[in-house]
Each structure stands twice: as structure tokens, then as C-alpha cells.
Ligand binder design. Structure first.
Ligand SMILES: Nc1ncnc2c1ncn2[C@@H]1O[C@H](COP(=O)(O)OP(=O)(O)OP(=O)(O)O)[C@@H](O)[C@H]1O
Ligand SMILES: [Mg+2]
Length: 224
């Protein structure tokens, strides 16, 4: 049996709605993700999906409940980086002045590590895997939306994450491109045995994950 990677236990989140009142966004959320497991979360706009995803990675605080990742508690704190967790967003956040290859190398440089032959080799393998090798020396502005998102996916994998939190990664793409990008994402995750939690409005994508839940009226309901 695969090792449990992340356990979220009874998470509750509220926001102030006025000076004296609060509204509860979601409550008693329980999530368990094992190594290599994929989970999808759907739900109406405003149901709190992004807030939940960011809470799981420690980017957003919770009112109560605990999150344990790789046997370590995750707290919302000043350093937003939890080793082993990385993100993919709807908007790709590429550095426009840097080539595709250099964008992939950003996490390595930010971590203060050397860009040695092994790192360059890893980047080239990812570019190949994501069908981006011919673009490696181009600037992001010369790429399509789907290609840009694939660069962002490659950059995420350069961090060797154990868990990827993906917030509507195909939200800015047309249907055909979304399908191609999500298939590539699923296949790279499978290849590297990387777990992920995917927030998406597309139920067909959600159904392909091992677990599929809907966030409705503050509760996370299991659909698969
Ligand atoms: N810091 C905050 N203070 C007050 N309310 C907030 C805060 N952050 C988020 N909210 C509210 O929480 C609700 C859920 O927001 P969230 O972004 O998590 O929704 P979502 O399900 O991801 O929606 P979408 O599908 O549109 O991305 C929204 O009504 C939002 O305004
Ligand atoms: Mg959102």
C-alpha cells in the first residue's frame, strides 16, 4: 500500500463579513492523499476551492483543524514555501524576459542551487516530455496559452515536488488545448509518481482522478 502523503483533518475556514459577523466558507474538511494519488475538486465559483487549496499548502490560514504533510504539520506562516509542495495556477506567471529553458531553471536558481549538467539534463528531459523542446530558447510571448501552461508545468516539476496543488490550470484555455494540457499533466505526474490535487470546473477531467469531490455549501462531498 502507498504511503500517506497528506492528511487534512477537520479544516474549517471563515471570513469576517462585517465588523461583528463572520461567514463560514467551509467546515470539517477531511482529505487524505497517498503517494502517487490524484484528487480533483469541483464546485461553483466562490465555493472556496482556491482558498482550500492554498490552505492545504500553508499559503492560507485555517480557523481550526490540522494539516500534516510527510509527517510534518503545516502551519500558515511567514515562509510560504513548504518543501515538497508546489503549485500550478490558471495564469502561468512565467518571466517574460527569460527563455523557456531559463523559466524552467528559475526554481533551482531561487533555491540557490547550482545549475549543473544534471539540472540542465532534467530540464531538457521535461521539455521533451511536454513537447516543448523546439521552444527552449524562445521567449514565452512567442508561445500559445497551452504551450505557456506546459512551461509552467515543467517549471513545477523542476522542484521535484511530491504533491502539486493545481488551481484551474486549464481555466484560460480552449477545450481542445485544455484536454491536451491536462493529459500531459496527468501523464507526467504518473511518470514521476507525483500526487496532485486538481481544482477544475471540468467534470470529465475530475473523473479521471483517483478521487473526485465537490465543494458544496461549505462541505466537501465525495463523488468518486
Ligand atoms: N481574504 C478574504 N477575505 C474575505 N473573503 C475572502 C477572502 N478570500 C476569499 N474570500 C471569499 O471566499 C469565497 C471563496 O473564494 P475562492 O477564491 O476560494 O473561491 P473559488 O471556489 O476558488 O472560486 P472560483 O471558481 O471563482 O475560482 C469568495 O466569496 C471570496 O470572496
Ligand atoms: Mg478559485
Amino acid at each position: 500500500m502507498n504511503k500517506v502523503l497528506l492528511i487534512a483533518d477537520k479544516l474549517t475556514k471563515s471570513f469576517a463579513s462585517s465588523k461583528t459577523e463572520r461567514f463560514c466558507l467551509w467546515h470539517d474538511i477531511n482529505i487524505e492523499i497517498s503517494e502517487g494519488e490524484a484528487m480533483a475538486i469541483c464546485g461553483e465559483s466562490g465555493s472556496g476551492k482556491s482558498t482550500l487549496l492554498f490552505a492545504l499548502g500553508g499559503l492560507e490560514g485555517v480557523d481550526s483543524g490540522t494539516i500534516c504533510f510527510c509527517n510534518q504539520m503545516i502551519y500558515h506562516h511567514s515562509n510560504p514555501y513548504t518543501p515538497g509542495i508546489s503549485y500550478i495556477f490558471q495564469h502561468y506567471y512565467l518571466i517574460e524576459e527569460l527563455s523557456v529553458l531559463e523559466n524552467l531553471l528559475i526554481p533551482v536558481r531561487v533555491m540557490g542551487e547550482k545549475v549543473n549538467a544534471g539540472v540542465k539534463d532534467q530540464a531538457h528531459r521535461l521539455l521533451l516530455e511536454l513537447g516543448l523542446e523546439k521552444f527552449s530558447h524562445q521567449l514565452p510571448k512567442t508561445l500559445s496559452g497551452g504551450e505557456r501552461q506546459r512551461v509552467a508545468i515543467g517549471r513545477t516539476f523542476m522542484m521535484n515536488p511530491r504533491l502539486i496543488l493545481a488551481d484551474e490550470p486549464t481555466g484560460s484555455l480552449d477545450e481542445q488545448t485544455s484536454l491536451r494540457v491536462i493529459q500531459m499533466f496527468f501523464s507526467v505526474c504518473q511518470k514521476f509518481k507525483t500526487s496532485f490535487i486538481l481544482v477544475t470546473h471540468n467534470e470529465n477531467f475530475a473523473m479521471q482522478a483517483n478521487k473526485y469531490c465537490r465543494l458544496e455549501q461549505g462541505e466537501l462531498k465525495r463523488c468518486k
